[in-house]
Ligand binder design. Structure first.
Ligand SMILES: Cc1cc2nc3c(=O)[nH]c(=O)nc-3n(C[C@H](O)[C@H](O)[C@H](O)COP(=O)(O)OP(=O)(O)OC[C@H]3O[C@@H](n4cnc5c(N)ncnc54)[C@H](O)[C@@H]3O)c2cc1C
Length: 448
């Protein structure tokens, strides 16, 4: 009988975008039905991580952040709350010419359903989400708690932490990112994270350090045959430029270029200089003078290897479910964070509607709604990322020529995707219980 009661204590692992969104969405959906609801988020870091540069939020991500109350908080933060993005303009680094754009506004300049794109520092987004979480009386966040394992005993989920302590809940939601321990030690040890062969090289550059004209309005993807480089303002005053190159890097090179705690000063200096050289070798001959300035500057380029999790494996056990990157990390497109937000909102709505059902039915309903969409998104992100691999002169030219065609042919699909609203999609009703079905058949027989 226990499994048929609504869950009261929910444990979320990871205070990233997915974990915090999940806490907010579950609190909002379940509070009216579960008076003694308790949601605890456990995060392995002692404080919110300041690394990770800036993130692009699509109209879908903005819509969902607005529903969770986070967008108002970002707007209240002033210029630091991020730069509005009408379009990501695409340029050829070889010729300097425009080759199209990914638009976040329609032909009248309006955002989709009222929402455009936004580029914001990851730490600023996390702070805005934390502010809303702190106002929620049902949610607690505990920092400095690294999960190492978990098990299910007597209809409860037990989470074990590195410090030897444990937490017990009715349901565990694993939002612990691409290298998820909840996945690898509990739900699905057979699906490891894999290096994609591609990495980001990122830096923040003050606009005042660049004297050449800036060729983009708010955001640009500058493509070449040696990888692409994103350049974007990440504050509404346009004082900071976030630059991120997407480049091919072998696994062996990764080991050489990795900055790690405990390395001596000389090694760190050598790695930083090598990364600067890498940027100059790849993009130093770019046709846009402002990009040449950026790559020739003293900026410290940080290396972020990109990992993925193939979405074919199981996402749940009886009392645990994986959401966000823990379930399906894909080479990041601008939509990746939006998928983590969608997961959180859809899962919370299903759990509220199926609150009297066993968790296994809740999980089944979630999978039926999500699996195909995620598989498709994963395949698409791969197709897109392949275009950033190093290529020869002819292939590079072909990529440039094909780009406008590709952008045009997927335009309708993109625009339809920007309209997606996880709070409006239909959640299937629970199947009637066997008792109800037999009562219904009995009454039918009596009337015949
Ligand atoms: C370089 C890069 C650039 C990106 N750019 C974009 C972009 O522009 N737009 C976009 O939409 N997406 C982007 N993405 C993807 C996006 O960041 C992810 O899809 C999104 O962060 C997923 O959220 P998540 O909560 O599932 O995981 P994460 O954000 O990774 O959060 C996981 C959390 O779990 C915690 N954790 C991990 N292990 C444990 C443990 N054992 N115990 C307790 N806590 C743990 C972590 O510390 C972290 O706080 C980018 C990704 C990368 C790598």
């Amino acid at each position: 009988m226990d499994s048929l009661r609504p869950v009261r204590h929910i444990i979320i692992i990871g205070a990233g975008i997915g974990g915090l969104a999940c806490a907010l969405a579950l609190s909002r959906e379940l509070t009216p039905f579960v008076p003694d609801l308790k949601i605890t988020v456990y995060e392995r870091h002692d404080i919110l991580s300041t690394s990770g540069g800036a993130i692009n939020l699509t109209p879908v991500a903005q819509r969902h952040l607005a529903q969770l109350g986070v967008l108002d908080e970002l707007n209240r933060m002033g210029p630091e709350g991020g730069a509005e993005v009408d379009a990501i303009e695409l340029y050829s680094m070889r010729s300097g010419r425009s080759i199209g754009s990914i638009d976040f506004v329609d032909h009248r300049g309006n955002g989709y359903g009222g929402f455009k794109g936004r580029r914001v520092m990851r730490i600023v987004l996390s702070m805005a989400m934390m502010t809303i979480v702190e106002r929620s009386p049902t949610v607690d966040i505990v920092f400095g708690k690294k999960v190492v394992n978990g098990e299910e005993i007597n209809n409860k989920a037990v989470v074990h932490f590195e410090d030897g302590t444990k937490a017990i809940g009715d349901l565990v939601v694993g939002c612990d990112g691409v290298h998820s321990v909840v996945r690898s030690r509990w739900v699905d040890p057979d699906t490891p994270s894999q290096y994609t062969g591609m990495s980001f090289l990122q830096a923040n550059i003050p606009s005042e350090d660049i004297s050449s004209p800036i060729h983009f309005r708010s955001s640009a993807l500058n493509v070449s045959r040696h990888g692409s480089m994103l350049t974007s303002f990440c504050d509404s005053d346009c004082k900071q430029i976030f630059a991120a190159a997407v480049v091919q890097f072998s696994q062996e090179d990764l080991n050489f270029y990795r900055l790690e705690a405990g390395q001596d000063w000389a090694t760190q200096h050598q790695i930083r200089a090598a990364l600067r050289n890498e940027m100059r070798d790849r993009f130093g001959k770019c046709a846009m003078p402002c990009i040449r300035e950026m790559v020739n500057s003293k900026a410290d380029w940080m290396l972020y290897p990109v990992y993925q999790v193939r979405p074919g494996g199981p996402w749940c056990t009886d009392r645990v479910i994986l959401l966000g990157d823990a379930a399906h990390a894909m080479p990041p497109r601008d939509e990746s964070a939006a998928y983590a937000l969608d997961d959180a909102i859809i899962f919370a709505r299903i759990l509220a509607k199926h609150r009297s059902e066993p968790l296994t039915e809740v999980f089944d309903t979630y999978e039926r709604l999500r699996r195909d969409k995620i598989n498709y998104a994963f395949r698409e992100s791969h197709r897109m990322w392949d275009r950033n691999r190093d290529m020869g002169i002819l292939e590079g030219r072909l990529k440039e020529w094909m780009m406008p065609l590709y952008l045009r042919s997927y335009r309708d699909q993109r625009e339809a995707a920007w309209e997606f609203d996880a709070s409006k999609i239909t959640i299937p009703s629970p199947a009637p219980s066997e008792d109800l079905v037999s009562l219904h058949s009995f009454l039918k027989e009596q009337t015949l």
